[in-house]
Ligand binder design. Structure first.
Ligand SMILES: *Cc1c(COP(=O)(O)O)cnc(C)c1O
Length: 369
């Protein structure tokens, strides 16, 4: 009955971008210059333009992008920073890396993005910033978060690690915040061939500070104004990202097509996460389903790889035990019912349809219960 198509969760092989990526690598190898050079400078200019932001600064990872943005805003020991319970743990690790205390709050049940009411309840005299996460590629409710931040004089550092070129209410993500962080980890919507990240901002003073913080705290060679490590996007990764950047708009359109296909073809027994904003860029396509583990096993047996984003909310991670108490029932419930289906630009319509068909075949009698 089933197609038994082998559908991997993701396929990172270069496709339409392969020749451009190969040329970029050859160019950097031949240049004899590998750290903080012309490729990073040009990528920063091109990425800023693509994001509609005045400035971009390349760094070593998305985690560092959040941490350095917070440090550049003078947020550190004694300060509290609000983060959502349903996200990659790195969002909160970045707060800890900056020296501040992560305050973990619940997400909205429908979109799983940070709940503005929960943010409001969590604000104390020590709160300095909110880090909303545009989870799965869908913008958080930035209108309400901006209102809250303005009322309480809080900074906003947007975690755009899953949301390259997304828009919130028609405005490019990250451009209304103090700063925004991107990751170029290979699986992201714009991925390098290794780790990488960037901060975008419209605040010129933050640019010099982040450039310093990524490079030993130096104002000039061997002049260390403040303590800092290394967090640099290297020339090779910057060149690969420059080669890929022109493809991202097309890849995003393809992600949206596949999401629409899933919404049409999936049975009512599974519920996709609500699309509240058409600026969603579908980094992931999770569904909610009661018998999640059984469905995941059924799909695995049919050759369909799935993952869970995320199986353990931050509130249940031992790494954050020191930051209790928590009250995040929506994140806890979601962690038990979420299942991410394969969705990436190279996924063929026929394979996405086969995945939807297999989901429909689950517990229909065509499979042993
Ligand atoms: C990937 C990711 C990060 C971390 O980015 P790295 O480049 O892996 O450090 C942070 N937040 C979210 C939401 C992510 O998806």
């Amino acid at each position: 009955m089933s197609a038994r198509a082998r559908v991997p969760f993701v396929d990172l092989h270069p496709g339409d971008d392969a020749a451009a990526v190969a040329r970029a690598i050859t160019r950097v190898v031949a240049s004899g210059w590998y750290v903080l050079g012309p490729e990073v400078e040009q990528f920063e200019a091109e990425f800023a333009a693509a994001c509609h932001a005045p400035f971009a600064i390349g760094v070593a990872s998305g985690t560092d992008a959040i941490a350095l943005a917070l440090r550049a805003l003078d947020i550190g020991p004694g300060d509290e920073v609000i983060v959502p319970a349903m996200t990659a743990a790195y969002t909160a690790f970045a707060v800890i890396a900056a020296g501040a205390r992560p305050v973990i709050v619940d997400v909205e049940a429908a979109t799983l993005t940070i709940d503005p009411d929960a943010c409001a309840d969590a604000i104390t005299a020590r709160t300095r910033a909110i880090v909303p996460v545009h989870l799965y590629g869908q913008p958080a409710d930035m209108t309400r978060i901006r209102q809250l931040a303005q009322r309480h004089a809080l900074a906003i550092v947007e975690d755009c690690c899953q949301a390259h070129l997304a828009t919130a209410d028609g405005r490019p993500v990250g451009t209304d915040a103090d700063a925004a962080a991107f990751s170029f980890y290979p699986t992201k919507n714009l991925g390098a061939l290794g780790d990488g990240g960037a901060v975008i901002t419209s605040r010129a003073p933050l640019v010099d500070r982040i450039r310093r913080l990524r490079n030993g705290g130096q104002t000039a060679r061997y002049q260390h104004l403040e303590a800092a490590g290394h967090s640099r996007l290297d020339e090779l990764q910057a060149a690969v990202l420059r080669a890929r950047l022109p493809f991202v708009a097309g890849w995003t359109a393809r992600r949206r097509e596949l999401a629409a296909l899933y919404r049409r073809e999936l049975p009512p027994s599974v519920q996709p996460i609500e699309e509240r904003d058409p600026g969603h860029v579908y980094h992931l396509f999770p569904v909610r389903v009661a018998e999640r583990d059984a469905l995941q096993s059924h799909l695995a047996a049919a050759g369909v790889e799935t993952l869970i984003h995320y199986p353990v909310p931050l509130t249940e991670q031992p790494a954050f035990a020191a930051y209790e108490p928590f009250h995040c029932p929506a994140a806890a419930e979601a962690s038990r019912t979420l299942l991410s289906l394969p969705l990436y630009p190279r996924l063929a319509d026929a394979n996405a349809a086969a995945v939807a068909h297999e989901v429909g075949a689950f517990r229909k009698g065509s499979q042993p219960a």
